[in-house]
Design a protein around this ligand. Structure first.
Ligand code: PLP
Length: 415
């Protein structure tokens, strides 16, 4: 389990320059993690991790990932532009979008990204949008009842994504007829799944489908993309995924399925790449004693909505009180006029001192789907992002939002 990389004194010094709340990301941690992933998956031809940009859409982070050999997985025009800004080009970008506007397909094709279609009807939509079918096309498979889902993404047959099995067979035949020359297959059936066997079985399912597509349609796939969904240990009792066991298990399924020669394997993980290496630092402003004990932070659900949205668990530690006894039970809350704006409910914590110079708390495993999911409800301005460099220095890679940012989208004449 990842611990916060700074001491209280070091963090206090950073706070003098950058007031709370803010996100802090650990560059060394991210780099070492990606190296471990790349090493474990070097068993496969053409392996590439296409980082899911939505998890942490900051070009400074994307540049670090690109430097470690990652590509990008994008789902919108803005994400395509972010990947481009970070120097991630051409087929290093997968465009795994859904409900996609024509102009976004055009931009993806113009950038040379691999378009990953979400539905049979999108073959014609893409052809119309671009004037022709691109040379390389990927299709997203939804196994329906052939695969059980998990809590965040739900059951595959209830999920809006992907082609059914008959549709995907027919889809590849149609794509070839329309001039596509190179093909790939994709799926994404779970989110935050720590069970290695679940991911291995997903891979086996794709390998078997690749064989079937080859036999029935004669279409040779260049690679399969196993999607994202690899979990991280948010809870103290969770166990981190063993990358070697995961890649080894997938390799066994690969060999047992006798996949078409040279079939490449790719992933588009988000959470597992940056999740454990980001923290939200916030100050305890208020302590309130009513029917329960509350600690009110200067961060709120607008900065990190996973707990409010999914009831997600995030570890919380109090700077300087890491080893103090957990004598109190608090709801740790933000300032939205929404009672689900709670970072933790009935959590055992050390005694917290509140106020303008109150304790600083650190919310762990916030490096993916954290700042990125934020919003502006209640006129709350989202916090900034800092990067802890390998030499120990800290740079701001996104400033906090200002009132001017909030007002920028309002037409002058209407105000
Ligand atoms: C969200 C998403 C990912 C990344 O998911 P993680 O759970 O962060 O690994 C990858 N691919 C697609 C299509 C996604 O929607």
């Amino acid at each position: 389990m990842k611990t916060f990389p700074l001491s209280k004194t070091e963090l206090d010094k950073i706070i003098e320059k950058y007031p709370t709340p803010f996100y802090l990301y650990d560059e060394s941690g991210i780099r070492e993690n990606v190296r471990r992933i790349n090493k474990a998956f070097s068993l496969f031809p053409m392996y590439k991790e296409h980082f899911a940009v939505k998890a942490l859409p900051n070009p400074a982070i994307l540049r670090i990932l690109a430097d470690e050999g990652c590509g990008a997985d994008c789902a919108s025009l803005t994400e395509l532009l972010l990947a481009d800004m970070a120097g991630i080009k051409g087929e290093d970008v997968m465009f795994s979008s859904n409900e996609t506007p024509a102009k976004e397909y055009r931009k993806a094709v113009e950038l040379g990204a691999v378009v990953n279609l979400d539905d049979f009807s999108h073959i014609e939509f893409l052809e119309k949008a671009c004037g022709k079918i691109p040379e390389i096309v990927s299709c997203r498979y939804n196994p329906g009842s052939l695969k059980t889902g998990n809590a965040i993404i739900g059951k595959p047959e209830e999920a809006k994504y992907g082609f059914t099995r008959p549709q995907i067979i027919e889809g590849f035949a149609l794509l070839r007829e329309k001039g596509a020359k190179r093909f790939a297959l994709h799926t994404m059936v779970a989110s935050n799944e720590l069970n290695v066997d679940y991911h291995i079985e997903t891979a086996r399912m794709l390998f078997e489908l690749a064989v079937e597509i080859k036999e029935r349609v004669g279409v040779h796939l260049e690679f399969v993309n196993l999607g994202g969904g690899v979990g991280i240990p948010y809870k103290p009792e969770d166990r981190a995924v063993d990358y070697e066991a995961l890649a080894g298990g997938i390799k066994k399924a690969y060999d047992e399925t006798a996949v078409p020669a040279g079939l490449g394997v790719r992933t588009e993980w988000g959470r597992a790449v940056t999740g454990p290496f980001g923290w939200l630092a916030a100050r305890a402003l208020h302590r309130k004693s009513v029917y329960r004990e509350y600690v009110g932070l200067d961060a709120c659900m607008a900065d990190l909505m996973r707990p409010g949205l999914y009831g997600a668990y995030h570890r919380i530690t109090v700077m300087g009180k890491e080893d103090a006894p957990l004598t109190e039970t608090y709801d740790v809350v933000g300032g939205l006029c929404e009672n689900n704006d709670k970072f933790a409910i009935q959590r055992k914590l050390p005694k917290i001192d509140a106020g303008e110079n109150g304790d600083v708390v650190v919310i762990h495993d916030a490096g993916a789907h954290g700042r990125a999911m934020g919003f502006n409800y209640n006129g709350k301005l989202r916090c900034g992002e800092l990067l802890l460099k390998p030499d120990g220095s800290v740079v701001q890679i996104r400033r906090p939002e200002t009132v001017e940012d909030y007002f920028a989208t309002l037409q002058a004449s209407s105000v």
